[in-house]
Design a protein around this ligand. Structure first.
Ligand code: ADP
Length: 502
């Protein structure tokens, strides 16, 4: 039996199909404070720079919005990207005045990135001191992200937010007088729960337009302060962490500064998805920043990288012993309080060390002093230096990452891809990516559990000893190089998560 379809029925079917399509290909706007390679400060920037490209490949219609911080326009030009400026500015009201921004669009490997240029984005990315005045750029940015569709004509289904810096956005969807009626959903990714965007309320509610009644235990309030991350966790439709292990740890672990209770209460909307790395950018076989490229199948170039690294750091290029490297923010999280005492025992370790990083003054000073006292075995290069970071990953033998806590960690994955064997603490994403070479079946690195210098040295010494056995070392190194750390799997998991919240 055939049935005649009237126009009304057709409309309904088309409408259903359209809805189906929306779910199949969710439209997602990343609202991110930093995006590699334009404004990267750390791993968050790596993720917001590379995950959207992988999402695009697996059927997500994704775009990114980010502030145009000082120096970013220069980076865009250096990258050779074409910039177009939209005819309309995006405009919101914040702190009783107009906060508007010019919107510059750049297409990065097919992903449209909107850079917002406005008065609020004229300082450093992250303020040292948080209060209702210094959070203005982040809150205003989230409101501009919510208004962006008015000037682009492209309306997202989901806003994907990152850490406290864009956690105001889900709060606005829940409690802001202008935005709480919006139909879109938000997803919040926790890259590092140690930073929560906490400050005394001051004039925050009057300035931002958030309903002051959300300043309570079920909302933004946390021990008398505003806690933007808490507000985001409570109000987002879904919350993700950057590794499965971290999702578990932050429900129990004290480094969340007591936020574990809130996270535990919201655990049903929590998913841990291991980060990937951009395997095209981080590829020793094609990396233009290396003096010679190499791969697992043809590893000779790694020796040339090592020589270049030794030369650049004033060591003897002919040195053949173990070379331990570390590229890091110099903050307590990364384990410097257990690394520094170990540097007093350098003579007994039989290795050379190269550290690259910037951050807290006391760590920089301590590394500088240790390097001055151990010129033959320790080099410290202060600052942020992308080309040198590539050379360290490529030229090193052992990558040291004894973090106190580590939500995911990208450096250990990059190191493995470059054939540099990680020595890590068994915590967070480090557990999800590194297995001990002495465990049954063999692993891709060396691990330890107890957070102290002895524990770290126990693993470091095992790695240094194993390095002298070329055949055994090569096996460990190859296991790391053959790991799949691409974004393919994580991107598919994010796509499924987007579909599930729509
Ligand atoms: P986090 O995000 O906590 O800083 P991750 O391991 O997740 O740590 O990511 C760090 C990223 O930042 C890596 O890509 C690493 O190479 C890079 N990085 C950190 N410090 C420096 C530096 N001083 N110079 C160049 N790159 C750096």
């Amino acid at each position: 039996m055939t049935t005649q379809r009237g126009p009304r029925q057709n409309f309904k079917e088309q409408h259903l199909q359209a809805q189906h399509l929306t779910v199949q290909h969710p439209k997602v706007l990343f609202a991110a404070p930093e995006v590699a390679p334009f404004s990267k400060v750390g791993g968050l920037g790596d993720v917001t720079g590379s995950l959207p490209k992988a999402l695009l490949k697996c059927g997500v219609d994704v775009r990114v919005v980010t502030p145009l911080w000082p120096g970013v326009m220069q980076k865009i030009k250096e990258a050779g990207c074409k910039i177009s400026t939209l005819s309309q500015r995006v405009s919101v009201t914040y702190a009783w005045s107009v906060a508007d921004a010019a919107v510059h669009r750049v297409d990065s490997d097919g992903v449209p990135i909107y850079f917002l240029e406005g008065d609020y984005y004229s300082g450093d990315i992250y303020p040292w001191d948080l209060n209702s005045r210094t959070v203005r750029p982040f809150a205003a940015f989230c409101m501009q992200a919510l208004e962006l569709e008015k000037v682009t004509g492209w309306s997202p289904d989901i806003f994907h937010c990152h850490d406290w810096t864009s956690a105001f956005l889900p709060c606005a969807l829940a409690w802001h007088r202008h935005y709480r009626g919006m139909k879109q959903k938000s997803v919040l990714t926790l890259h590092n729960v140690a930073h929560q965007g906490m400050f005394p309320p001051g004039s925050f509610f009057e300035e931002s337009g958030l309903d002051p009644s959300c300043f309570n235990i079920g909302g933004l309030e946390f021990y008398g302060q505003v806690n933007l991350l808490k507000g985001g966790i409570v109000s987002a439709a879904a919350v993700t962490t950057v590794s499965p292990r971290y999702a578990w740890e932050i429900q129990t672990y004290e480094s969340t500064q007591a936020l574990s209770g809130v996270i535990y209460a919201e655990r049903r909307k929590l998913t841990g998805i291991l980060n990937g790395i951009d395997i095209d950018y981080w590829n020793p076989a094609t990396d233009p920043m290396l003096p010679e490229c190499y791969s697992a199948a043809s590893p000779a170039g790694k020796t040339a990288c090592r020589r270049e690294l030794l030369k650049n750091t004033n060591f003897d290029p002919a040195y053949e012993g173990p070379l331990v490297v570390c590229v890091s923010r110099l903050v307590e999280q990364k384990g410097f309080d257990i690394i520094l005492p170990a540097l007093k025992q350098l003579d007994s370790l039989g290795a050379k060390f190269i550290f690259l990083g910037s951050g807290q003054r006391w760590i920089e000073d301590a590394l500088r002093n240790a390097a001055a006292a151990n010129k033959d075995s320790l080099c410290f290069v202060p600052g942020y230096n992308e080309p040198l970071a590539h050379l360290l990953y490529a030229g090193g033998d052992i990558y040291l990452m004894p973090s106190l806590f580590e939500p995911c960690g990208l450096s250990q994955m990059i190191a493995m891809r470059y054939g540099t064997v990680p020595v890590v603490r068994e915590v967070g994403g480090l557990i999800d990516t590194v297995t001990d070479a002495d465990a049954d079946g063999g692993g891709n690195g060396f691990t330890f559990l107890t957070y102290d210098t002895r524990g770290m040295l126990w693993s470091l010494r095992r790695a240094i000893e194993r390095h002298s056995n070329a055949k055994a070392w090569n096996k460990i190194r190859l296991r790391g190089m053959e790991e799949d750390f691409s974004w393919n799997r994580p991107a598919a998991l994010y796509r499924d998560l987007y579909r599930s919240v729509l």
